[in-house]
Structure formats: C-alpha cells, structure tokens
Write a protein that binds this ligand. Structure first.
Ligand SMILES: C[C@](O)(CO)[C@H](O)COP(=O)(O)OP(=O)(O)OC[C@H]1O[C@@H](n2ccc(N)nc2=O)[C@H](O)[C@@H]1O
Ligand SMILES: Nc1ncnc2c1ncn2[C@@H]1O[C@H](COP(=O)(O)OP(=O)(O)OP(=O)(O)O)[C@@H](O)[C@H]1O
Length: 283
C-alpha cells in the first residue's frame, strides 16, 4: 500500500554571496549567487484525499489561502499531471516571511516533492524544477537539494560544496519586499561576472546590502551588532543577517548576547538539504 500521509522538512537557505550583473527586458535581474541550506526550517504534513480537493489547514497572516505558495504548487502539479487525488496540508511555520531565507520557495519545493511521492507521479527532478521556476526564482535550488552556484535569474545551477560552518542568523523584526529592493534606482546592477570556477574565496559581497541597509534601520543595527564578532552578511534581499562560526558553542555564545528586540537562531550550514536527506531515507 502506498503511503497516505507524510511529514517533511522545509529548510531555509542562505545566499553566501549575491552579485547583480544586469537587468533583463522583463525586469528580472541576472544574478550570480551561492546558495547553501540550513538545518533549520518548517515542517509540512501532507495527507492524501480521494476527492481532488487541495486544502491548506494552517492560516497565514496576510496570505490568502489560494495565494499561498504551498497551495499554488499543489494546484499546478495537480493540473499538469492530471492527477485526480487531492491533499490536506498542515505546516509548522518557524521561518520568518520576507526574511531572505527562502521560506515560501522552500515550502513550494517541499510540496512539489512531497506530492510527487504521495501521488506517485514519478516526475523527475528536471520537470519538478521547471515547474518550480514558474512559482519563484528560488524554488529550483530547493527542488534539487544541493548547495549551488546560481546564474541567470537563479535557475542555472551548478552544485558546489562550500564549508559547512555553524551560523548565527539574526531576524530583524521587519519584512523586506524583494520586488521593492530590485526596483530601487540605487541598486548596483553592473557587477562584472565571475568567470573563474570554482568561485574564488573572498567573493562574499551581497549587492543588495547597501540599498537594504539604507532603507531599514533594523537591518543596519543587526549588521552592526553581528559585525562586532564575525563578518556579518545579508541573505537575499534581507531582512535576515548572518555570520559563520567554527563551532555551535561559539555561535551560541554570541546568540546569548541578543536582546529581546533582536532575536535570532543558530543552525548548521548544509550542502545537502534536510528535505532530501529525509526523502532518501524513505526510498
Ligand atoms: C534575491 C533572491 O532571494 C536570491 O536568492 C531571489 O532571487 C529572489 O527569489 P524569489 O523570492 O523567489 O523571487 P520571485 O518571487 O521570483 O521574485 C520577486 C520579485 O523580485 C524581483 N526579482 C527576483 C529575482 C530576480 N532574479 N530578479 C528580480 O528582479 C522581481 O521584481 C520579482 O517580481
Ligand atoms: N508558504 C509561504 N511561506 C512564506 N511566504 C509565503 C508563502 N506563500 C506565499 N508567501 C508570500 O511570499 C512572501 C515572501 O515570502 P518568503 O518567506 O519566501 O520571503 P523571503 O524569505 O524573502 O524569500 P526569498 O529569499 O526567496 O526572497 C511573503 O511575504 C508572503 O506574502
């Protein structure tokens, strides 16, 4: 009997660097970025229904049911595969929204992989990643589950294996709109492409940082605080700020200094997504 119910992780990602090379005619930006996963994220539970209905039972503040990337992913997969089954979905949401750690994209990818398994569709990774790209630029890397150097709008992925330090991730209490940052006239959009592979060490800049730091004092504060202990970086378009440490104990020590107004979490960097580690265990 095929499984009817499944609980899967939906990890966060970090952008270890992010260069903006230019802007395409459709307004999207050409990037070079390095994605690594965190062993930290949401958990999504799926239960198959026979009537074709897709229902997310957990409410999200400010996100209507049908706009949720989980529901969008499930509906697209159902329509394109012609599957007659439906799904009940619950999520334990811990990832901040608009934090630049890819929560929505990761939820979409976990949904695609979870339903491919439960509905027994037999889609391969290329097909799932292509569908994922129609949901968001960051979805394909979560579908593939390997740390990657990304080009194009983020969809041309080359697997990489950077170091896997412990990170302290600060979560400023502000949600940054990705679209807003990418439309800021002051954004650097002409960084020359890195042509050498693997990407040489020292390329850790995020071109979004100056614009985000200018607009959001909360992000500026987080960068200043963490910068006292390690190189403080911005992930994606923020708001989250992170720094690497050689051990959990050292990351915890800095984390203990955080105040009530600036919270965060400690998590291990991982080149294989915990979603894929769990799925491997099921097969
Ligand atoms: C900046 C990153 O977080 C880096 O990982 C991602 O590229 C953003 O990925 P995402 O949140 O999945 O973004 P999407 O939902 O596809 O796009 C949100 C908005 O950001 C802008 N956008 C996004 C990605 C990109 N390469 N160029 C852009 O200009 C577009 O205005 C778009 O309307
Ligand atoms: N399942 C979901 N989880 C989180 N956000 C969702 C979801 N579905 C839709 N959204 C919408 O997408 C927006 C961006 O969410 P997300 O958590 O992916 O931001 P992010 O971490 O900045 O992403 P990225 O790093 O990909 O830019 C949210 O503000 C919310 O309105």
């Amino acid at each position: 009997m095929p499984a009817k119910q499944l609980t899967l992780p939906s990890p966060a990602k970090l952008n270890l660097m992010l260069h903006i090379l230019g802007r395409r005619e459709d307004g999207y930006h050409e990037l070079q970025t390095l994605f690594q996963f965190l062993d930290y994220g949401d958990e999504i539970t799926f239960a198959v229904r026979d009537d074709g209905v897709i229902r997310l039972h957990t409410e999200f503040e400010g996100v209507p049911h049908d706009s949720n990337l989980i529901v969008k992913a499930a509906k697209k997969l159902q329509a394109q595969s012609g599957c007659s089954l439906g799904i009940d979905i619950w999520i334990d949401k811990v990832l901040p929204m608009g934090g630049g750690i890819g929560g929505g994209s990761s939820n979409a990818a976990t949904t695609l992989l979870g339903l491919n398994h439960l509905w027994q569709l037999g889609w391969d990774e290329d097909r799932l990643a292509a569908l994922g790209l129609t949901l968001g630029a960051d979805v394909p890397v979560f579908v593939r589950g390997h740390a990657a150097f990304a080009e194009g709008v983020g969809e041309k992925l080359t697997p990489v294996d950077p170091e896997e330090p412990w990170y302290l991730v600060l979560v400023p209490q502000v949600s940054v709109s990705t679209a807003e940052i990418f439309s800021d006239p002051l954004l650097t959009r002409n960084t020359p492409p890195i042509k050498v592979r693997p990407v040489p060490k020292g390329n850790s800049r995020n071109d979004c940082l100056p614009v985000v730091a200018r607009r959001y004092p909360e992000v500026r504060n987080a960068l200043n605080l963490l910068g006292k202990f390690t190189e403080a970086k911005l992930t994606g378009t923020g708001s989250c700020v992170f720094g690497g440490f050689p051990s959990k104990a050292e990351a915890d020590k800095v984390s203990a200094l955080l105040t009530e107004t600036l919270t965060g979490f400690v998590a291990k960097g991982s080149n294989i997504s915990m979603l894929h580690r769990k799925l491997q265990g099921l097969l």
